[in-house]
Design a protein around this ligand. Structure first.
Ligand code: SAM
Ligand code: SF4
Ligand code: SF4
Length: 357
């Protein structure tokens, strides 16, 4: 884990216990935000090397991925998830790395399904055709598939693993056939790379019931060489699509929803845009991230995490774990996207493939 994880103070629990109003009820961070969503990274490995996430020059053959013993077991994840749900978590997203690389993932889904939360998975889709039915049967509620282009050459250039787009499209079909609906399709838009394919993507999924979400390219981690000029603002995407198929805004499902929703005026469904660069949504950020090795991260752009695994493996009781999580959340004041500059973009932030997108 090295320097990127800090221990949770041994008096954290006592501090949390002495503070009012969290027992079984809502509690807030320093900016008044409540905990609602949990993202769990089940592996830091991936079979893709997307240029904006795991550039091959950095994530090469000698990259120090986590050894097996550092990775939380399904039992450990399920125990923590139950505690998180007691603390008010309503939604759990399994992610990574590529979550479908984790062996027997449907078993974990089956362990989490009885918690009754909105249980979802984000995947690159490469192994979805193989696993869709088992995931559905295990109780997964929803699936998001990342797909940056329908053009095979562009898709291969972006995943940098020579993976054909047809296999991901098969995965989406298999997921639909297994009963997942609607499927969300995430496209990270990078100027000069795939922004010419925004309209193709909109056209392909209009009228299918699936929802494409266009994501602004972000300065996650410290390896993707992010530059503001490569970000395509969501407003531009909405303008471009609306010029062909007029759009109108849709009210969010709940405060804190990351995607801004738009629907086609002709009734052909909806799209979403995620504007984490041009329109920061930190004010409503209700997310916490559990990294592959059991470190807790309070922001996607954090430089450090909090070492929950040592407590977990050191024999802490459920109450002690709960107090530690509460203490971490209460101390939180993150609002990175609101204060982003070209300088902050260069900070050594934790990699997205490890804390979970
Ligand atoms: N491997 C899975 C996948 O690609 O769907 C799950 C993990 S991935 C880190 C989660 C999401 O983060 C994907 O939709 C991916 O496109 C997005 N992502 C990764 N790097 C990004 C970046 N620099 N900017 C915006 N989105 C990014
Ligand atoms: Fe892998 Fe997902 Fe990152 Fe692409 S975005 S490298 S598929 S973890
Ligand atoms: Fe939340 Fe951090 Fe993203 Fe802001 S930058 S929305 S605090 S994860």
């Amino acid at each position: 884990m090295g320097e990127r994880v800090i221990p949770i103070r041994s008096d954290a629990g006592a501090a949390a216990r002495s503070a009012p109003r969290y027992e079984g009820g809502p509690f807030a961070d320093r900016l008044g935000r409540r905990l609602r969503d949990l993202r769990i990274s089940v592996t830091d490995r991936c079979n893709f090397r997307c240029i904006y996430c795991m550039p091959r020059e950095v994530f090469g053959a000698d990259y120090p991925f986590l050894p097996q013993r550092e990775i939380l077991s399904f039992e450990e994840i399920a125990r923590l998830a139950r505690i998180f749900v007691d603390l008010g978590i309503k939604k759990i997203r399994l992610t990574g790395g590529e979550p479908l690389l984790r062996r027997d993932l449907p078993k974990l889904v089956a362990m989490l399904a009885p918690l009754g939360v909105d249980l979802t998975l984000t995947t690159n889709g490469s192994a979805l055709a193989k696993h869709a039915e088992a995931l559905k049967a295990a109780g997964l509620k929803r699936v998001t598939v990342s797909l940056d282009s329908l053009d095979d050459a562009t898709f291969r250039a972006m995943n940098d693993a020579d993976f054909p787009v047809a296999r991901v499209l098969e995965g989406i079909e298999a997921a639909a056939a297994a009963g997942f609906s609607p499927i969300k399709i995430n496209m990270v838009v990078k100027r000069g790379v795939n922004d010419g394919q925004v309209l193709d993507m909109a056209r392909r999924w209009r009228g299918t019931g699936h929802i494409v979400r266009f994501i602004e390219y972000m300065d996650v981690g410290s390896t993707n060489g992010w530059r503001m000029e490569e970000v395509v603002p969501s407003a531009e995407i909405v303008r471009r699509i609306s010029a062909v198929w007029p759009l109108e805004p849709v009210a969010p499902d709940y405060a804190g929803e990351v995607a801004e929703r738009w629907r086609y005026r002709d009734g052909a469904g909806e799209i979403g845009v995620i504007s984490s660069v041009t329109q920061a949504f930190c004010r409503d950020c209700t997310r916490l991230r559990l990294a592959t090795d059991g470190a807790l991260y309070t922001c996607l752009f954090a430089q450090r995490g909090h070492d929950l695994k040592s407590l977990l493996r050191g024999g802490a009781s459920d109450d002690e774990l709960r107090d530690a999580i509460v203490a971490v959340w209460r101390a939180r004041a993150d609002r990175y996207s609101e204060i982003r500059t070209a300088e902050t973009a260069k900070l050594r932030k934790v990699e997205m493939s490890y804390i979970g997108g």
